[in-house]
Write a protein that binds this ligand. Sequence first.
Ligand code: S3P
Length: 439
Amino acid sequence: MENFIQITKKINSFSKKINVEGDKSLSIRWVILSSLSKKKSTAYNLLKSEDVFSALNCIRALGSKVKISKNKCEVTGNGFNFENLRNKKKLILNAGNSGTLGRLILGLLINSKKKIKLIGDKSLSKRDFSRVTLPLKKFGARFNKFKRLPIEMVGLENPRKINYLEKKGSAQSKTTIMLAALKSKGVTKIKAKKSRNHTELLFKHLKIPIKIKKDRTFDHIRINGIKEIKPLNYKIPGDISSCAFFIVLTLLANNSQLLIKDININPSRTGVIKILKMMGAEIKFVNQRKYKGEKISDIFVKSSTNLKGINCPTYYNSSAIDEFLVIFLVAAKSKGISYFRNLSELNQKESPRLIWASKILGLLGIKNITTKSSIKIYGNPHLNLNKKIIIKNFLKDHRIFMMSVIAALSFGGKWKIHDRNSIKTSFPKFLEILKKIKA
Ligand code: S3P
């Protein structure tokens, strides 16, 4: 199949019910944590995407046994130490496209005395790793360099507990430190700017000694080092970040509605819903329930005709960080100006997303003023295109691809969007589900 997609027609009205695939953050965390238990862990609805397969390959290389079948995945780990690696010659781990995996795996390796080399694809090799190598150095790890992959790391048998201030609001940095803390003696204290808290909830579920105090901006986390953890049996809920593409598609379509089943609505992930509601969207959580500390719900959304621009409160930034691309599409079709600030982290993703958002909005004919950390979008409620648009060379960023597809189906025009295979990293069934919505 060709590695691009052509779209020449807006989507017709629809009324559908869909499921999306398992949450990526939870899937990768499940893989990493299950590698720490000597007993068998089972996951249902694990996301079967390239990022998760890279994670499974990494823990396999570190000695875990992995069995994947149609509806479940089983991992039997090899516990906390890496004695099994002693006689291996050279260890190269490939994190592929995944920042989450690349960063978390370094935390896991804090107590491995074996030199490991971590590599990744072109996009990952451009991303910042100092956000994890610097705290890991405080634990006692040694690196050949700090900033970008490929990086070589040597851990130590008895990592030192640390105190750390995590200022970026990066859940990946926070989780990396939490994993290293598990293997250190004593209490590690992390003051972390708020970010998604799946790891904290999983630690609590696994009865790992963790204490958390919260203030408005920071979480104060204390973790005691331990020697072993229990297996983690888990049913991964649907990914709100995948779901967001279809929520926006529905909002921008004519007379349509969509019910999306079994989505993780952890409040540290639902910034997209809060922001879209501020813009006038009708979105409801239906059938809310709890699962192992996480909140799950179905999400109901209807097309909106009254979308309005907003000055987006920055306290939503971290809980909507992966969804801004599609939020910007809503801003493009809203009445008035929208303003999003303090978003420099968006340029640290699989591609520099703020720059890309500005380019794509420009192609749509939407005026925007973009700096290194902010974007002002001048909405046009009558946005309707019939020109040719080509999207390419975006470092195969899956979310740029999917955003472009949603833009094409919402605003019209004749689109050719390259790198269709990029969706394999996070949401392989994206186009299949879209077909179902269109049918
Ligand atoms: C993730 C954290 C976020 C997010 C990424 C997944 C995670 O990144 O953008 O897609 O699973 O912890 P940062 O930690 O860089 O904010």
